[in-house]
Design a protein around this ligand. Structure first.
Ligand code: AMP
Length: 117
């Protein structure tokens, strides 16, 4: 079964696409958690961070380069932003096709709650 993001990559499900090249696609998150919330997704369907292969090193680097450029384009490079990859159940992953969240446009607060103060 193709993942939701494979269907977006194939054009079978609509998305607001901000960037597309031979290796990645970037589109707006449908339920944004910040004024800027973009997903950077490899065209290659890697299910989770656990499944990244050594040969994917340049692809993963490219995802960060695209995130950097999108942050500049969205005007949040200087104010700041957060890049997140969720992995499996404890990481809160919902879609099992690797993706990098780019979040910004407001102060995002602490990353996660501390175990103790
Ligand atoms: P994660 O929890 O890291 O797997 O994040 C999955 C993200 O995909 C969530 O932030 C969802 O809001 C987002 N999402 C789910 N369906 C769509 C869709 N059709 N278009 C864009 N983003 C989506």
């Amino acid at each position: 079964m193709p993942t939701l993001f494979e269907k977006i990559i194939a054009g079978d499900i609509p998305a607001t696409v901000l960037h597309r090249d031979s290796r990645v696609i970037a589109f707006l998150d449908i339920r944004p958690a910040a004024p800027v919330h973009i997903l950077i997704v490899p065209n290659k369907p890697i299910p989770t961070a656990n499944d990244i292969a050594d040969e994917d090193e340049s692809l993963i680097g490219h995802m960060f380069i695209v995130a950097r450029d999108l942050a500049r384009q969205q005007g949040i490079a200087e104010s700041g932003y957060r890049l997140i990859v969720n992995c499996n159940a404890d990481g809160g992953q919902e879609v099992y096709h690797l993706h990098l969240h780019l979040l910004g446009g407001r102060p995002l607060g602490p990353m996660v709650s501390r175990i103790s103060t």
